[in-house]
Design a protein around this ligand. Structure first.
Ligand code: ATP
Ligand code: MG
Length: 421
């Protein structure tokens, strides 16, 4: 790909659609059929800006490779080429027909075919549309336009068969339904309910990715509600089905981070159920194959939230300041806001008062000061520094001399009291 910096003079950066249209034009002028396909056609018709453009064509990958100097095969994907056009990467896939799926995820055979058959292999009618960007013509073999108008997610063909072929489609149906505010058509819903218990056939990676997309969207509570209503929650979360009210999830700000959304859903399902929420968080992490960062963030946010709901008023000023200065505090506050707005406002006010005397001031003394005092290096070091810093946070120690004096006192008491620690 060309970076903006070294772009040749006279060539201006063009938008993605223009770049994709140029690929269709080149294919068409070389005597092929080529269309925009799937999500980009759907998004455009809904007035949304597509984030990527997929092109479907009757040209075979080798022919595409000859036509476009900058192109390469996409490993693992049948008949798909990645073409570089005016600084953008566009996927160009050959029209194809898929054979039987015997593993619930991949077709056993794939063969080159035409646009009509290529539409049939796609998942939902709104995702099965083609558009010729050179003429503006829409090519609709599956009733996709009518379902866009009716706001319906409907499987192409027999829903039972199509969802059994690739069970991930059950989650895709929920994701598109929540994202666009579309209903899932009755027969398709029925097929999802009937197949929900087979979802574990799909890899946890794929399930985790779908869930992440759902919960990162502003309509996350609708998605979670549908997962529960369709009986998919059990298979996604590896725990018994539950029709939880989703008050917290529904009250989160639109653009909240994924681990916070997960934490909200976790609390919605388990906080009142007398369950060990921390253990649940671990199980969810395993079920969804969360990254270490997401896992830590979710667990930490739940833990801080529980402190805010419980022992916060009894904590020392130093402990409150340490907590409030920590990285996860603001996200945990969002959980509280979604649960108990009154408590949220109160605690936020308390924190702003604490912040007047600095939540995390630079420490008055450090390890080198303890060495200068003649203290031996060891476990005592950290204890002394922590205790002195607590005193600093409490406001009982304000200057370096006082901090050093306190350090001396603490270390003497500690050495005298329990020489091992
Ligand atoms: P998004 O905006 O989430 O990317 P999309 O519709 O573009 O939505 P993609 O996953 O990018 O979704 O797939 C592009 C197209 O490929 C879809 O519109 C659909 O036609 C087809 N497709 C993708 N996944 C499947 C699937 N599991 N089964 C059948 N067809 C699929
Ligand atoms: Mg897409």
């Amino acid at each position: 790909m060309q970076s903006q910096g070294d772009k040749p003079r006279g060539v201006s950066r063009v938008d993605l659609r223009t770049a994709a249209t140029r690929v269709v034009r080149s294919l068409t002028e070389a005597g092929n059929i080529a269309y925009f396909a799937g999500g980009c056609v759907r998004d455009r018709l809904m007035g949304l800006e597509p984030t990527d453009y997929d092109i479907a064509t009757d040209a075979r990958p080798d022919a595409v490779g000859k036509l476009f100097r900058k192109s390469q095969h996409v490993g693992e994907s049948f008949g798909v080429m990645l073409v570089s056009s005016m600084g953008h990467q566009i996927q160009v896939a050959a029209f194809r027909t898929e054979g039987v799926y015997s593993d619930g995820r991949h077709p056993d055979t794939v063969t080159y075919s035409d646009a009509r058959h290529d539409a049939q292999r796609r998942d939902f009618t709104i995702n099965g549309l083609f558009e010729n960007p050179l003429t503006g013509e829409l090519i609709d073999f599956v009733g996709g336009q009518a379902d866009l108008k009716a706001k319906l997610i409907r499987a192409i063909g027999d829903p039972h068969a199509r969802l059994r072929e690739d069970r991930l489609r059950m989650l895709r149906a929920v994701r598109f339904s929540a994202r666009f505010g579309f209903a899932i058509d009755a027969a398709t819903s029925e097929a999802i309910r009937a197949g929900a218990d087979d979802l574990p056939g799909v890899s946890p990676e794929r399930i985790g990715q779908e869930l992440k997309q759902m919960l990162s969207d502003r309509n996350r509570a609708v998605a979670a509600m549908e997962l529960q209503a369709l009986g998919l929650d059990q298979a996604v979360l590896h725990e018994p089905h539950q029709a939880a009210a989703l008050n917290r999830l529904g009250r989160l700000p639109a653009d909240v981070a994924y681990p916070t959304a997960l934490a909200a859903w976790l609390l919605d399902r388990h906080e009142d159920a007398d369950a060990d929420v921390t253990a649940r968080a671990r199980r969810w992490s395993a079920a969804l194959l969360l990254s270490n960062a997401d896992q830590t963030a979710m667990s930490r946010r739940v833990a801080i939230y529980e402190t805010l709901r419980g022992s916060w008023p009894q904590l020392s000023v130093a402990k409150q300041k340490r907590l409030a200065a920590g990285g996860e505090f603001d996200e945990a506050l969002l959980l509280l806001q979604a649960t108990d707005p009154q408590a949220f406002v109160r605690i936020r006010q308390e924190v702003s008062v604490l912040a007047e005397s600095d939540l995390a001031p630079p420490a008055l003394i450090g390890g080198h000061d303890l060495i200068a005092l003649g203290l031996p290096r060891g476990p005592l070091f950290k204890r002394v520094l922590d205790a002195v810093y607590d005193a600093q946070l409490e406001g009982t120690v304000r200057e370096k001399a006082a901090a050093l004096a306190l350090a001396k006192t603490i270390s003497l008491t500690a050495e005298g009291g329990s020489p091992d620690t």
